[in-house]
Ligand binder design. Structure first.
Ligand code: SAM
Length: 527
């Protein structure tokens, strides 16, 4: 691990980091008298919950030698009087920022929820707009949690997470029975009797499902029992890869995650960090990892859906920022990029289109490489195949090294899938074939703790007080995914310090953090 001093120096050159979590979580685990890895798992769950409701703030570790301990009073100096007004003011100010951005766009005005056309800003949020939206989401949730009766909020959390599995379930029904497709081209809406006929669903039941979704702003009820697509439901059309990911959420993810409490309470599996001791294993009754399952005959249909779904996921979290914000042009002509565990080529496809001088190598398990080579690339980027700018190679990254001597090894949403020891194996296998000019780019979320720390030792940008320092519900997706990874593979979303540590364990040094909006890139190199 880097010393605290070195870590601070590294971080001071970046505009966000998780240095705070590096210092505080061990102390927090100790206070709860939770030891070792179980402590980390519990911390992960608490961070997740803290994004919704305030928990006691964490105190600094006395073990960190060169950071002045912060008196608890300073950490707790958050005004309580006037907090609702302050939150409401944030919402107002952030809304003005959002409106100003939309007013300046090529289609002026914030689109209405009933608008089913794409808006130019749907794909492209700059950092000011993205932050303003996070403030609105986080501050609205925090204001509600602050002013509502605690029993009301707690019961809502239970209902949202226990009872309200019906909400994702209803989205899943809409996708499975292709309701958005059925409603396409009917802006005036369709009566539930016709929707029932076209989908094979009982009409009153489908009406109740659509009313729940409409109450969540997905679909619109134009007149009694007449429903139409809106700005959100249109994203669930079957040709949108997001609908594939939605099906994964409501089937294997939701069903597995519901078993997480049983797993955590299990004396052996609850304390294990094996990718085969998970809620997914309990649900599927399969004794290999999720990815082994997806490549076994009974899992192939899940993998086909997942491969396309990852494109939808990437679109939702603006993963394409790496294509335009990372300096690919500064790489030498003919530089090679290995998209390791690249799926069907979510990112490498975009790189192939944007940078014709790059030589791309896509490496993944055999089924996925076959799909990429025979279905996806011939349709989406045939010129790269024709010009021999893309090479498809199968790999098991636990057993072998990727293609040697590439300039870049891109790992998008790979490290988060696996527990620490597996990540070190993957990184070590890459390190073995790197040259001094090679770099590893780990592209995923970087978590931040929810507690506030003084700005001086904390180099990352915290949300303004009295909001939760990590934007709370405004960035809830990262914490949702963290728990999802726990349930599916004993993987996790990590803090920057974790990536630095994993790199060091694999004989690599941390070089740079690239803030690319919702996701980030951690760059590792040979020491
Ligand atoms: C979460 S997906 C990420 C895919 C892609 N990088 C993206 O972000 O769209 C993880 C990928 O790792 C691949 N994978 C899992 N285990 C693997 C292994 N042992 N060797 C190579 N690839 C593997 C999966 O097939 C899958 O495509």
């Amino acid at each position: 691990m880097p010393s605290a001093k070195r870590f601070k120096r590294m971080m001071s050159q970046k505009d966000f980091s998780c240095v705070s979590s590096f210092y505080f979580i061990p102390a927090f685990d100790k206070r709860l008298q939770i030891q070792g890895k179980m402590g980390a798992q519990v911390s992960s769950i608490l961070r997740h919950l803290t994004a919704y409701i305030k928990t006691p703030r964490l105190l600094p570790s006395s073990k960190v030698p060169d950071v002045e301990p912060v008196p608890p009073a300073r950490l707790l100096r958050i005004p309580t009087n006037g907090e609702p007004t302050a939150l409401a003011a944030f919402i107002t100010d952030a809304t003005k920022i959002v409106e100003a951005h939309y007013a300046r766009s090529s289609h002026p005005g914030v689109p209405s929820l009933n608008d089913t056309d794409e808006h130019p800003l749907d794909q492209d949020l700059n950092s000011e707009l993205r932050t303003a939206i996070q403030v609105i989401e986080g501050a609205c949730a925090q204001l509600s949690a602050t002013v509502a009766r605690p029993e009301h909020t707690i019961v809502n959390i239970f209902l949202q997470k226990v009872m309200a599995f019906v909400e994702p379930t209803c989205l899943g029904i809409a996708i499975t029975f292709k309701i958005p497709d059925v409603l396409r081209g009917r802006p005036g809406g369709m009566h539930i009797s016709e929707i029932g006929k076209k989908t094979g669903l009982e009409e009153r039941k489908v009406g109740r499902i659509l009313r729940l979704l409409t109450s969540r702003h997905v679909f619109t009820e134009v007149s009694e029992n007449v429903f139409a697509n809106n700005r959100l439901s249109i994203r669930l059309l079957s040709e949108n890869p997001l609908s594939n990911m939605g099906s994964c959420y409501v089937e294997e993810y939701q069903k597995s995650t519901s078993l997480l409490p049983d797993i955590l309470g299990d004396k052996m599996w609850g304390h294990s960090y094996l990718s085969t001791h998970t809620a997914f294993n309990k649900w599927s009754l399969y004794d290999g990892s999720l990815f082994a399952f997806m490549n076994a005959p009974q899992g192939l249909r899940f993998k086909a859906r997942f491969d396309v779904g990852m494109i939808g996921w990437g679109n939702a979290c603006q993963a394409h920022n790496i294509v335009y914000q990372f300096p690919w042009k500064e790489l030498p002509d003919g530089a090679s990029v290995c998209d390791l565990g690249g799926g069907v080529g979510n990112i490498s496809l975009q790189l192939a289109k944007a940078y014709p001088t790059l030589k791309l190598i896509l490496q993944d398990l055999p089924e996925t490489i076959q799909r990429a080579k025979t279905e996806v690339w011939p349709e989406k980027c045939p010129e790269a195949i024709r010009q021999k700018r893309i090479e498809f190679k199968t790999i098991d990254f636990f057993k072998e090294s990727p293609v040697a001597g590439c300039n870049v090894y891109l790992l998008k949403n790979i490290i988060h899938d696996w527990p620490d020891h597996d990540c070190v194996t993957i990184l070590t296998n890459i390190r073995k074939v790197m040259e001094p000019y090679s770099q590893i780019l780990i592209h995923e979320y970087i978590l931040q703790n929810a507690n506030r720390v003084p700005d001086e030792p904390c180099a990352f940008q915290q949300a303004p007080q009295p909001m939760l320092a990590n934007y709370g519900a405004g960035r809830i997706r990262q914490y949702n995914l963290d728990l999802c990874m726990m349930a599916m593979l004993n993987g996790e979303e990590r803090k920057l310090a974790d990536f630095v540590r994993l790199g060091e364990q694999a004989g690599l040094k941390f070089e740079k953090l690239w803030d690319l909006g919702e996701m980030a890139v951690v760059e590792l190199r040979l020491p």
